[in-house]
Design a protein around this ligand. Structure first.
Ligand code: BEZ
Length: 211
């Protein structure tokens, strides 16, 4: 059955451009992003991997380890690395799994046979420190992902985990947030010393707590 939000992210051991990785151990007590791309030596994938490499300091700041994957063999990954650095200006600086036997792709349901029966689609999984799946996004092969959006969601998830707030539509870092409905006004008083504006009893707006 396909993975759903709140499920434990399946653990695995796999070969990568940075050696063998045991996934849960590799993530430690931090956050993780696991994302698949369809194929090495393809244009959109080349731009994506360069962008993720350039964003590595942003992922590090958020205590997130990024792991990429395709079903291509490890020799192809290593051969392709030079093209990524040459054309995108950033060397690959995170592990790329070589999932030739599709073990990980099958565990995460990354092959969608009605789209393509051999290649992985562009899946993204965000995994929390509790190893539970927090976000699942699937893009088609022809559309490069927006990794700024993935960082934005991670910021939102981390705010929820740390401060009992949710983020409204189109929220960006630094903007006001919403006190989760599960928190009573009484409990909110201790947690939000800056107070809040209640547009409705269930819609309580407060400044972003970590700013
Ligand atoms: C690409 O990365 O450019 C790509 C890969 C597979 C299918 C279509 C595009």
């Amino acid at each position: 059955m396909a993975l759903r939000l709140g499920d434990i992210a399946p653990d695995f051991t796999a070969d990568s451009t940075e050696g063998t990785i045991s996934f849960h151990e590799y993530l430690g007590d931090g956050w993780g992003v696991l994302f698949s791309h369809p194929k090495d030596f393809t244009p959109v994938c080349t731009t994506e991997l360069g962008r993720v490499a350039a964003l590595k300091p942003e992922f590090d700041k958020r205590n997130v380890k990024v792991v990429g994957l395709s079903v291509d063999p490890i020799a192809d990954h290593h051969a392709w690395k030079g093209d990524i650095e040459e054309t995108q200006g950033t060397a690959l600086n995170f592990p790329l799994l070589a999932d030739s036997d599709r073990t990980v792709s099958d565990l995460y349901d990354m092959i969608h046979p009605n789209a393509n029966d051999t290649l992985t689609v562009r899946s993204v999984f965000v995994i929390g420190p509790d190893k539970k799946v927090k976000l699942i996004i699937t893009y088609p092969a022809s559309t490069g992902r927006n990794f700024d959006e993935i960082l934005r969601v991670i910021d939102s998830l981390q705010l929820t985990a740390n401060y009992s707030v949710a983020t409204p539509v189109d929220w960006k870092d630094g903007q006001d947030v919403i006190i989760v409905p599960a928190l009573s006004d009484e409990d909110a008083k201790g947690k939000f010393p800056k107070g809040w504006k209640a547009l409705k009893p269930y819609l309580r707006i407060t400044p972003q707590p970590n700013k």
